[in-house]
Design a protein around this ligand. Structure first.
Ligand SMILES: NC(=O)c1ccc[n+]([C@@H]2O[C@H](COP(=O)([O-])OP(=O)(O)OC[C@H]3O[C@@H](n4cnc5c(N)ncnc54)[C@H](OP(=O)(O)O)[C@@H]3O)[C@@H](O)[C@H]2O)c1
Length: 304
């Protein structure tokens, strides 16, 4: 198939290009930078240098390429995770997802693409019993930052799933770890954990679902090749509360135990939400329909 990826040079984009090429697809990758366009070429993709905010360029390119599938993996998140950098990145990231993504989808529809796939997240589901499946609504009551992010993903999914011009698939990924993410050897969260800078907050009962970026990319290609329209949770088999995964990660990294802090001491309301209220996601649908088979969470292996 002829596949166009926006966000082809990001943490999920890179393995996605690689796996699509291995599967014999023809791949076109968007980037704003000449330097990254060379790395796309090295991967065997055709680089298209343009900005998602420039509708005329995006529209002309897709009109020329006429892809079968368009995959939206656009993000503008900080390279290093800190609450301050997340807040600072929020306005542009939201605008990219809403306005840049809408430009891309409008161009995809005009070009006659059959399928449009969009990056979403599994970790902003409304509270409920057990793991969230694909019918779970997004959070509507949380901190302003989390509510805002959930609202952005709700709008993106609605845009894609309600298109009358093409089939839409939304991929609700878990927290990414692996190359190019905050959770890798020189990544900012690993560094924070090494420095005892990430505490278990309160009861640490918030459940986190992770996914390795290579597994996420593989599942994306499976969804493209054989998925139905709709939503898929792309998360691993090890959703676990912060009180379990964070000490395991520290031990895996050879770091001291993380600090255990109460909510008042932590202060940051977003982090308190992640640590105490986050809901994990079920990957049963992706396993049943796509044959998804994620690896065991890297740092839990060590503590089995
Ligand atoms: N589910 C999750 O846990 C999740 C999801 C997403 C990201 N993250 C994390 O966020 C961090 C940063 O992610 P990342 O490295 O993928 O992000 P990134 O490199 O900043 O951006 C991702 C992609 O979006 C493209 N892009 C951004 N703005 C654009 C624009 N205006 N026009 C066209 N393309 C644009 C970039 O292209 P160019 O720079 O080549 O132009 C790049 O390919 C990582 O730690 C990652 O794990 C986590």
């Amino acid at each position: 198939m002829k596949v166009f990826i926006a966000g082809a040079t990001g943490a999920i984009g890179k393995p996605l290009v690689r796996i699509l090429k291995e599967r014999g697809h023809e791949v076109f990758g968007m980037t704003r930078s000449q330097e990254k366009s060379d790395s796309l070429k090295d991967q065997g993709a055709v680089p298209i240098v343009m900005d998602a905010f420039d509708f005329e360029s995006v529209n002309s390119a897709l009109d020329l390429i006429k892809p079968d599938v368009v995959i939206e993996q656009l993000t503008s998140l900080p390279k290093n995770y800190t609450p301050e950098e997340m807040q600072a990145a929020d306005a542009l990231n939201t605008r990219l997802r809403l306005e840049g993504g809408a430009n891309l989808q409008r161009a995809a529809e005009a070009s006659g693409a059959e399928l449009y796939m969009v990056q979403s997240v599994s970790f902003f589901s409304a509270p409920g019993d057990g793991l969230a499946d694909e019918d779970a609504p997004f959070i509507s009551s949380a901190t302003p930052f989390i509510q805002g992010a959930a609202s952005t993903f709700r709008q993106m999914e609605n845009r894609v799933l309600n298109s009358s011009a093409l089939r839409g698939i939304a991929l609700r990924y878990g927290m990414f770890y692996g190359p190019g993410t905050w959770y890798e050897n020189q990544g900012s969260v690993y560094e924070l954990v090494r420095a005892q800078g990430m505490p278990v907050v309160g009861d640490g009962r918030g459940v986190w679902s992770f996914v390795h970026v290579d597994d996420a990319a593989k599942a994306t290609v499976s969804a493209m090749e054989k998925g139905d329209s709709g939503v898929y949770n792309i998360t691993d088999d090890d959703p676990s509360p912060m009180s379990v995964w964070l000490p395991s990660l520290a031990s895996y990294l050879g770091a001291p135990e993380p600090p255990y802090l109460d909510e008042e001491t932590v202060g940051d309301p977003d982090f308190i939400y992640y640590g105490t209220k986050l809901r994990g996601a079920s990957n049963a649908k992706a396993k049943n329909e796509l044959g998804f088979s994620p690896r065991q969470l890297e740092w839990l292996k060590e503590t089995d």
